[in-house]
Design a protein around this ligand. Structure first.
Ligand SMILES: *[C@@H]1O[C@H](CO)[C@@H](O)[C@H](O)[C@H]1NC(C)=O
Length: 282
């Protein structure tokens, strides 16, 4: 059984149920990624490579990257974020190409002081230019359990989902002159780092280093995509995510998530775009 993220919620429940008996998740941290940063602060925790932890202390954070590069794909992982006072910490899961005019698709989780909600920050960069932020609070405590975060990137759109709920869709609007990531293969990255000045309302909340090391967990890594090798990409046959849309049920869920949990949207930031919001928003 192969299902893509963003399928209907009822479907997802069945899927999670089925996942207990069927090996749906194929990824292994041992095989698929390299812990490229953090000098031992990132660790694969089990023999099968299903569980990985990243940690952050005063001298360094940590991170991993996929061995393979992809030109379109679906990247999914379950994450359990730093609990307690996580102010100033940022836990990420994103796709990025190299170079100075890079493309990037971001999930970034900004920690907060105890009892205050995380902010989920999303962004899309095309040719080195971002400025397409949307931020959310979550409808659950992301530090208590694992939750599934997924990026679907295909030629028509980018879909961000949380536990199967699409929270954001970035459509290909090249016909309106808006660049869309489609030429540069990206690697999958994850990291836990410190960004006091950015992440906590301009450094208002300081990171409490007496609580270090901070630890976040990643589980059931699964990235499927058009693998880039020797200057060309090859896509798996009949990959559902390659043509995936947000269906009607998904639209409903997305409306729900955006109306209740979105806390910032560049598309409605008139102060920032006094000349009118970017074309892709309309
Ligand atoms: C921290 O929580 C407050 C609400 O108590 C919220 O306004 C703020 O956006 C949160 N900060 C981050 C970085 O998530």
């Amino acid at each position: 059984m192969k299902l893509s993220c963003g399928t209907r919620f009822t479907f997802l429940v069945l899927f999670l149920f089925a996942a207990q008996s069927v090996a749906v998740y194929a990824g292994s941290f041992h095989k698929d990624v390299q812990i490229h940063w953090g000098d031992g602060r990132g660790k694969v925790r089990d023999r099968d490579g299903k569980l990985l932890s990243l940690s952050l202390d005063k001298s360094s954070g940590s991170g991993f990257q996929s061995h393979q590069e992809f030109l379109y794909g679906k990247a999914e992982v379950q994450m359990k974020l730093v609990p307690g006072n996580s102010a100033g910490t940022v836990t990420t899961f994103y796709l990025k190409s190299p170079g100075t005019t890079w493309d990037e698709i971001d999930f970034e989780f900004l920690g907060n002081i105890s009892g205050h909600p995380y902010t989920l920050h999303t962004n899309v960069y095309t040719r080195g230019s971002g400025d397409k932020e949307q931020q959310f609070h979550l409808w659950f405590d992301p530090t208590k359990n694992f939750h599934t975060y997924c990026i679907t990137w295909n030629p028509q759109r980018i879909i961000f989902t949380v536990d199967g709920v699409p929270i954001r869709e970035f459509k290909n609007s090249e016909s309106m002159g808006v660049p869309f990531p489609k030429n540069q293969p990206m690697r999958l990255y994850a990291s836990l780092w410190e960004a006091e000045h950015w992440a906590t309302r301009g450094g208002l909340e300081k990171t409490d280093w007496s609580k270090a090391p901070f630890t976040a967990f990643y589980r059931n890594y699964n990235v499927e995509g058009c693998v880039w090798a020797n200057g060309k990409s090859s896509c798996p046959a009949n990959a559902l995510w390659f043509t995936q849309k947000v269906d009607l049920e998904g639209e409903k869920k997305m409306k729900w998530a955006q109306s209740k949990y979105m806390i910032y949207n560049y598309c409605t930031d008139k102060r920032r775009f006094p000349q009118g919001v970017p074309a892709v928003c309309t």
